[in-house]
Design a binder for this molecule. Structure first.
Ligand SMILES: Cc1ncc(COP(=O)(O)O)c(C=O)c1O
Length: 386
């Protein structure tokens, strides 16, 4: 038996090592994952239950039912004042499927795509699975915050580049792209005939604002842009697997023609619950943001008391991404930390080479868990003289 080169090139994340240790310890505190410890709100669970009982148990259109696509279109308009029509939107099995399909549609053998990094490993691995080459353009640190380094993005582009991939608000860095950065990226895409894949799944989780700006507000030619979004983070629906892609009609059609033979449609009753989440979820989202903001401030204060840590500004998402003098080998450090204290954090290397030397702390947890975890983390650093 011989696996394909494309799938064999997908390496196990350094996170798995940390998670495996944590899962084997009964009292471990797992701040290494990319999800909240809060359950999906009851009104969404009820909507799913009602929908299943009312007969939403059949296949829908591969791109999702019209009602959900229209509800997504209305939400985009309300939030970003841009009008996408139903044929320009498709519901997907999580934002993950939208990312994979978009990359498969545009990046093939001999092509490359440039990822603004550190970044969630789905992009580089989807590019590898498509037979392409992932390239990385690291964010820079300036004035205590991450900024887009356009020279690095420009330097990574060549004649075989097909796509620029950006995630804002960013997992793991918490960086939120400014409008000037958006415009610079859009101009570059225009100049080099590239498509931008903009992953905006954390758009509602920003602090000091209600919403992160969408690239859909800046890029006029819809062939140039694929926006990916998801219900996972906004409504704590990670396990439900519902997301969407928005782009030009012809791009969306190409994506769903292919997805028909991958996952086909997201579950019918989950789509119905998604409609209710969009319709009735604003109060919930506002409360969630306030909850995370309090945790964000708690974590910022706790990390500031740990020697050797520099914490870039946390503008969005539910992650802190401190640079740690003692974690030049972030996998070895986080492995030692979890073994000694039961506190599981994600090594920066899990987000590519540009993440090495950093650690990701998920703060979508309770005040008590964070207090205990960060106290143990601090004690470990001080006692080991890390
Ligand atoms: C940046 C980013 N994009 C996309 C996803 C995928 O989300 P889902 O497939 O649950 O919608 C995640 C999940 O962790 C993420 O962090």
């Amino acid at each position: 038996m011989r696996f394909t080169r494309e799938l064999a090139s997908v390496a196990e994340s350094p996170m798995v090592q940390i998670a495996t240790i944590a899962e084997s310890m009964p009292d471990s505190l797992k701040l290494c994952y990319g999800e909240s410890d809060l359950p999906t709100p009851a009104f969404i669970c009820r909507a799913m239950d009602d929908a299943a009982r009312a007969g939403h148990t059949f296949y829908t259109h591969t791109a999702g039912c019209g009602e959900l696509r229209a509800a997504i279109a209305d939400q985009i308009h309300q939030l970003h004042q841009v009008r996408y029509e139903v044929p320009e939107i498709m519901a997907t099995v999580g934002g993950s499927m939208a990312i994979y399909a978009a990359i498969r549609a545009l990046v093939g053998r001999g092509d490359n795509a440039v990822i603004v990094s550190p970044a969630y490993a789905i992009y580089s691995n989807s590019i590898l699975m498509a037979g392409g080459e992932p390239r990385f353009a690291s964010l820079a640190l300036a004035g205590g915050r991450f900024v887009l380094d356009m020279d690095r993005v420009r330097d990574a582009i060549d004649a075989n580049t097909r796509m620029l991939i950006v995630n804002s608000p960013s997992n793991p860095t918490g960086w939120v792209m400014t409008e000037a950065e958006q415009r610079a990226l859009a101009e570059l895409a225009e100049r080099h005939d590239l498509v931008i894949l903009s992953d905006e799944v954390y758009e509602r989780l920003v602090y000091g604002a209600q919403l992160a700006p969408s690239l859909a507000g800046v890029v006029e030619n819809r062939d140039r842009l694929i926006v990916v979004n998801s219900f996972s983070k906004t409504y704590n629906m990670t396990g439900w697997r519902l997301g969407w892609a928005q782009s030009s009609e012809r791009t969306i059609k190409t994506l769903y023609r292919a997805v028909e033979f991958m996952t086909s449609n997201p579950a019918a009753m989950v789509q119905q619950a998604g409609i209710v989440a969009l319709r009735d979820g604003e109060g919930y989202v506002a409360g969630l943001r306030a909850h995370y903001d309090a945790r964000r401030q708690q974590v910022a204060a706790a990390l500031a008391s740990i020697p050797g840590i520099t914490l870039p500004e946390m503008q969005g998402t539910f992650f802190a991404f401190p640079k740690c003098r003692f974690a030049t080998d972030s996998t070895a450090f986080t492995a030692a930390l979890v073994q000694a204290t039961g506190v599981a954090l994600a090594p920066g290397l899990a987000f590519g080479g540009d993440g090495e030397g950093y650690i990701r702390v998920c703060f979508a947890s309770t005040e008590a868990t964070l207090t205990t975890a960060l106290a143990r983390f601090r004690k470990f650093v001080i006692e080991t003289g890390a």
